[in-house]
Design a protein around this ligand. Structure first.
Ligand code: ADP
Length: 479
């Protein structure tokens, strides 16, 4: 009982390694003498041994302090115990011999502690690295999925979760075919996992059915082979190429449309010249008519080429505006007057709504005239015979900007077409038969108003009732 009490006292009084060492000494003493020696050793003797052990510690001072407290406690508790000098020599010898063991243990404890510190530092670094990698993974715009050899999803970034509409916490560790609805992607992952043991990379292009439009994605699959297993883990990266595909489709469409549109006036010019050369225009009146057609077609050709060049110049930042502070009212009126003959051909009336005051703004006059002409020309083109077009310039935004609106009683534009209307080459499908065009006019309007004049363009429309196109430019540029 007393032994146990002393050991627990020692355990309470000493810290970590010292406690272990004291316990070890106790064990060694018992085993060396072959009989339980603690009672014979006496408390003072044991304290002597512990004191010796304490002296071997690196943190010896602290241990010695603990021992002194322990010794004092024991003297109070058992004053009648045998004094230290009565400690038998063999036992002292044993204690001394085992002091080395204590020192060794203390050294090992120190080394373990330093190893623990190093491990903690390494763990912290590894955790930081993992967090960093996870931040990188989640910041990627491409969707990343990692599956194991059992085709279970083990990692997915935010882009993947949003592309395939799953919640990451719920999807992880589930079979990939339960997480993704796209059988094609699931099939590709399975194929890559079973592709064999070599580290391989595969590319494919897929169309994902999505609302409102399908997505084109480029899929890269890398199998991470493990020679000990039959299947591989697979890293799947999905890159959205919808826009690239759209742009290249539009470019192709534009090239074919533009060449078709350019060919039409060219063919007509060629045909009339041939007729003139063949003497098919018998009188002066017929010849004049032919010349006028040739002139008209040549002008149309020139306008188309100009539109294309102007758009690419503005986009390339190569155009410099000829800034002047001018009244936009006469500019709008001129454009309306110029297009009256074109409107008259369809019995369309152009109404010019004159404002009460002048509408001065810093603009490039020619560009403004081009914008207003494009809007009125469209209004005439897409308004059935007998309709009405209204041109209205005015001041707005507490007289800090000028607004010019062109309204018509025409075909109107379906709501789903409105967001794309100012895009290059865009034409409303149903309007293809109504009038010829290249889908460049409104894009040029937008480029001139927004990129060059720092203004804004807009449209409101109702199918079958008509449209109202408008643009706003600030009265003062740069202020
Ligand atoms: P386009 O040469 O085809 O007229 P635009 O860029 O000027 O090219 O116009 C793009 C498309 O917008 C047109 O093809 C037409 O479908 C539609 N659009 C433009 N203006 C109007 C309008 N006033 N009313 C109805 N649709 C219009």
């Amino acid at each position: 009982m007393r032994v146990a009490w002393i050991i627990s006292l020692a355990a309470a009084g000493l810290t970590g390694a010292a406690t272990v060492a004291a316990a070890v000494i106790a064990g060694l003493v018992v085993s060396a003498s072959g009989v339980p020696s603690w009672p014979a050793l006496g408390l003072q003797g044991m304290l002597g041994a512990l004191a010796g052990a304490g002296a071997g510690f690196a943190a010896g001072a602290a241990v010695r302090k603990q021992l002194a407290r322990l010794r004092a406690t024991v003297e109070v508790v058992e004053p009648a115990e045998a004094p230290a000098h009565r400690l038998s020599a063999p036992l002292e010898e044993i204690a001394r011999v085992h002091l080395d063991v204590v020192e060794q243990l203390a050294g090992e404890c120190r080394s373990i502690r330093s190893q623990i510190r190093q491990t903690e530092i390494r763990k912290h670094l590894a955790e930081t690295e993992v967090q960093h990698l996870s931040d990188v993974l989640h910041s990627l715009r491409d969707a990343v999925l990692v599956t194991n050899e059992f085709n279970e999803l083990v990692m997915a970034n935010d882009a993947a979760a949003s592309l395939f509409a799953f919640r990451r916490e719920e999807a992880l560790n589930k079979p990939v075919n339960k997480v993704l609805r796209e059988a094609q992607i699931v099939g590709l992952i399975k194929e890559a996992a079973e592709a064999g043991n070599s580290n391989s990379r595969k590319h494919a292009e897929c169309v994902l059915p999505r609302d409102p439009e399908p997505l084109n994605v480029e899929v890269s699959l890398s199998s991470l082979a493990d020679p000990t297993r039959e299947a591989s883990s697979v890293v799947t990266i999905l890159h959205d190429i919808t826009q690239e595909r759209q742009v290249s489709r539009m470019k192709n469409e534009f090239v074919s449309k533009a060449s078709h549109e350019l060919r039409t006036p060219l063919s007509s010019i060629k045909a009339y010249i041939e007729m003139l050369l063949d003497g098919e225009a018998r009188d002066e009146e017929a010849r004049r008519e032919f010349y006028e057609i040739i002139q008209h077609e040549a002008e149309r050709l020139g306008r188309m080429i100009d539109n294309m060049l102007n758009i690419s110049r503005i986009e390339a930042g190569m155009i410099t505006a000829n800034w002047e502070n001018v009244d936009l009212v006469p500019i709008a009126q001129d454009a309306a007057e110029l297009l009256k003959p074109q409107a008259a051909e369809k019995q369309i009336r152009i109404h010019f709504q004159r404002p009460h005051q002048a509408c001065h703004a810093d603009v490039d006059q020619d560009m403004m005239k081009q914008v207003i002409t494009n809007l009125i020309s469209n209004a005439i083109k897409y308004t059935p015979d007998g309709g009405r077009v209204t041109v209205a310039p005015d001041l707005t935004d507490c007289d800090r900007s000028v607004i010019v609106s062109v309204s018509d009683t025409g075909l109107g534009i379906p709501p789903e077409a409105l967001p794309k209307l100012f895009s290059k080459f865009y034409r409303v499908d149903k309007h293809e038969r109504v009038a010829k065009g290249t889908g460049l006019g409104l894009n040029l309007v937008k480029q001139i108003v927004e990129s060059v004049h720092h203004g804004e363009v807009g449209v409101e429309s109702e199918v079958g009732k008509g449209s109202r196109f408008w643009f706003i430019v600030p009265c003062k540029q740069g202020g």
